[in-house]
Design a protein around this ligand. Structure first.
Ligand SMILES: Cc1cc2nc3c(=O)[nH]c(=O)nc-3n(C[C@H](O)[C@H](O)[C@H](O)COP(=O)(O)OP(=O)(O)OC[C@H]3O[C@@H](n4cnc5c(N)ncnc54)[C@H](O)[C@@H]3O)c2cc1C
Length: 384
């Protein structure tokens, strides 16, 4: 097999966008995935993902989200797919929430459109929701959601049409010859040589690089529910229902409106237990359904007894604090690692691909927060 300029291992959102930008430089690129782009085990395999600009005080991720949204829109326009839905994103919180105050400041600095709302505005505009603990909120009217699985699969189809070779096969655990990785072997027995390798294997990164990342990326089990809404009831679809995030609740509930008849999506952002992305069972626990019903009773009474149409068990691939890991391998000079999406990475796929491309091809300086050196081994979530 011919040597490629670049081999990208993992066709989730990070790998697909990385391959896109590398290919734009006319390099030869091969993209591998063990189970398929945005497959059901992958973190990118969900139906929908939120794209919001607000990140509390964290200007870095606000700027990356701002950079990414138009690139998602361009993909949608090029391919004719409705990848982005502008549903609005509603932050719900209280007066003591410093995160929300900083979020408003950063959105104002960046000239991002927003509406600051009082509790009575929220009750009036969304009477189907009841948040007794919420005293105010912020609406990002131009944000919304991405059709995640479709977006990644559409992008990979476009990559193939543009000359990227896609191979559905698992790459072995790489072992370098001194300071360089010459080739990887696929599960089909092929040897794939490349000048540079990018490992964008999401929650599998600790399995690929156990010594390096076994204690630095923590995959956690996350459950997602899709609820059936009453027939003819538009309260839980756009334009009546935005994406919302309920920050005053300890379990950090968030919800996405019913899109394409899949149901009203609701989940808790609190980290679950450790999870194995290959073998973990993806059936939600009965106790979780009970817990959800309790939440619905209090906050969305119309849906207290709504049928659960579908569930998903996915995993976050958390770094210690939620900052991404995008860095060169410390021993193999032609190997890069991109991962650690930490439950918020999807929206940033385009910005990440562009950043990595600049680093690899043009030697752009690295952001210290994304470095391997900054990754600690004890969890302390700081990026939301
Ligand atoms: C329930 C849930 C909700 C989320 N909500 C949001 C949200 O609202 N907004 C947001 O921005 N983000 C969100 N995220 C986070 C986001 O989905 C992830 O950060 C992002 O999808 C990670 O992408 P990735 O490409 O790093 O990993 P993945 O999508 O997991 O891709 C890794 C790929 O590598 C492949 N692979 C692994 N090992 C090998 C190997 N040896 N050889 C070949 N291929 C291999 C896998 O098959 C897989 O396809 C959410 C995540 C979850 C689980």
């Amino acid at each position: 097999m011919k040597p490629y300029d670049f081999a990208v291992v993992g066709a989730g959102v990070f790998g697909a966008w990385t391959a896109h930008f590398l290919r734009q430089s006319r390099a030869s690129v091969v993209l591998l995935d063990a189970y398929g782009p945005a497959n059901s085990r992958a973190s990118s395999g969900g139906e929908t993902r939120v794209i919001r600009m607000g990140y509390g005080p964290d200007e870095l991720y606000t700027r990356w989200a701002m950079r990414s949204l138009p690139i998602w829109r361009e993909l949608a326009a090029r391919t004719g797919r409705e990848i982005f839905r502008q549903t609005g994103v509603l932050w719900l919180s209280d007066d003591a929430d410093a995160y929300l105050k900083s979020l408003c400041t950063v959105l104002a600095q960046e000239r991002i459109e927003r509406e600051e709302l009082k509790a009575e505005d929220i009750t009036r505009r969304w009477p189907q929701l009841r948040f007794h603990d919420v005293t105010g909120g912020v609406l990002e009217p131009n944000s919304g959601l991405l059709l995640a699985r479709d977006a990644v699969q559409t992008l990979v189809k476009e990559l193939v049409a543009n000359g990227v070779d896609y191979i559905q096969s698992s790459a072995n655990v790489p072992s370098g010859d001194g300071s360089t990785l010459r080739a990887i072997r696929s599960s089909a027995g092929e040897s794939i040589s490349a000048g540079t390798f990018v490992f964008s294997c999401g929650p599998w990164l600790p399995k690929i690089f156990p010594a390096l990342l076994g204690e630095r990326i923590f995959p956690t089990r996350q459950e997602v529910f899709f609820l059936g809404t009453p027939s003819g009831n538009a309260d839980f679809r756009p334009p009546k229902m935005p994406v919302w995030l309920h920050r005053t609740h300890a379990d950090l509930p968030y919800s996405l409106p019913d899109i394409e008849g899949r149901g009203f999506k609701i989940a808790f952002d609190r980290h679950g237990e450790r999870f194995d992305p290959d073998t973990g069972t993806r059936v939600v626990k009965e106790s979780s359904v009970e817990h959800l019903r309790g939440y619905l009773r209090e906050h969305i009474p119309q849906l207290e007894h709504a049928p659960v149409l579908e569930t998903r068990v996915c995993q976050y691939e958390n770094t210690w604090n939620g900052d991404f890991l995008i860095d060169r391998h410390p021993e193999l000079e032609n190997v890069w690692i991109a991962g650690g999406g930490s439950g918020h990475g999807f929206k940033h796929g385009p910005a990440l691909g562009e950043y990595l491309n600049e680093r690899i091809l043009h030697g752009a300086p690295g952001e210290p927060r994304f470095s391997l050196a900054a990754k600690q081994t004890a969890q302390h979530r700081a990026v939301y």
